[in-house]
Design a protein around this ligand. Structure first.
Ligand SMILES: NC(=O)c1ccc[n+]([C@@H]2O[C@H](COP(=O)([O-])OP(=O)(O)OC[C@H]3O[C@@H](n4cnc5c(N)ncnc54)[C@H](O)[C@@H]3O)[C@@H](O)[C@H]2O)c1
Length: 277
């Protein structure tokens, strides 16, 4: 996909952070953006900002973990626009808890959105692309889809899952004009920690505020910058997109030290512990 002009681009999790920035960037490049999220008020703001800037698009309250709702959206897009050209499966959530203490409810919450949401978005819209013989699927994993970190087992499982699923799809699409990209952001200054599930307790909200501040101090990349890198990578049909200097560093370290990488990345041990709050 060399440019996004008049392309029908689906962005999940478009109300905030990376998704909102990508939706706006795509609209600025002339795409028709179909945005989904579960946060109606924030999604409305993204859509208003796009309209104010002269962009085109529509928004839908759709939970990516709801397979039927995702397929219903795909049917609607097919009927109204002829199908999707790009799907950016971006919606995601975080939860920090040690394996021994994590509830199945929280584990499932992360897997249902971060892993199954990507599977649903891919399977719902891929038929449009196969039928037309063109398109692009871009799935958001993480640097935590490349290395494991204490307290992030659910998130790690989901994001490694996204990588495996996306790579298999990419090989399946060999020889077809359908691009497949796996995206690994490093720390991006979004609402991910604000929106995370944390262990409950009397100090929970104070600890969340502290974790938000620490996360902002650690993150090097803003959502707009992440969006620019993502769109450039999709245009170039990259198999893999790393976002931010921290992502590049993590990728190098884990190749050099495939088992002991965390010894060389102490700041990531910290992130894991903080999110246990
Ligand atoms: N921010 C980072 O440092 C970072 C790093 C690596 C990967 N990521 C990934 O980037 C993606 C975007 O996250 P972000 O950082 O912009 O966070 P964010 O919280 O700012 O945005 C995520 C959006 O997804 C939406 N969402 C959550 N559950 C949903 C559901 N069930 N259905 C539809 N939408 C839902 C949220 O409402 C929110 O608008 C996620 O997949 C996240 O795991 C983020």
């Amino acid at each position: 996909m060399r440019n996004f002009k008049d392309k029908i681009c689906i962005v999940t999790g478009a109300a905030s952070g990376i998704g909102a920035a990508c939706a706006k960037a795509l609209a600025a490049e002339g795409a028709y953006v179909v945005m989904t999220d579960v946060r109606a008020d924030m999604l409305e703001i993204t859509q208003q900002e796009i309209a104010a800037a002269g962009g085109k698009g529509e928004s839908h309250i759709v939970d990516v973990s709801d397979r039927d709702a995702m397929f219903a959206l795909a049917d609607q897009v097919k009927q109204n626009h002829g199908g999707a050209d790009l799907v950016l499966n971006n919606a995601g959530v975080a939860h920090g808890a040690p394996v021994a203490e994590m509830t199945m409810d929280n584990f499932n919450w992360v897997m249902d959105i971060d892993f199954w949401g990507v599977v649903h978005g891919t399977q719902a819209f891929l038929p449009h692309m196969l039928e037309r013989g063109s398109g692009h699927i871009a799935n958001v994993s993480s640097i935590f889809g490349l290395i494991g970190v204490p307290s992030q087992s659910a998130y790690n499982a989901a994001k490694y899952g996204v990588l495996g699923f996306t790579e298999a799809l990419r090989h399946e699409m060999d020889g077809k004009d359908i691009g497949v990209t796996c995206i690994h952001p490093g720390g991006i200054n979004t609402n991910i920690v604000r929106h995370a599930r944390i262990a409950q307790g009397p100090d929970a909200e104070a600890q969340r505020e502290e974790a938000i501040v620490k996360f902002q101090q650690l993150t090097r990349t803003q959502p707009d910058g992440a969006a620019r890198i993502i769109l450039k990578g999709i245009r170039k049909n990259k198999a893999r997109i790393l976002i931010g200097p921290d992502a590049v560093l993590v990728d190098i370290i884990r190749r050099l030290f495939p088992a002991s990488y965390l010894r060389f990345l102490p700041f990531l041990k910290e992130v894991g512990r903080e999110e246990e709050a």
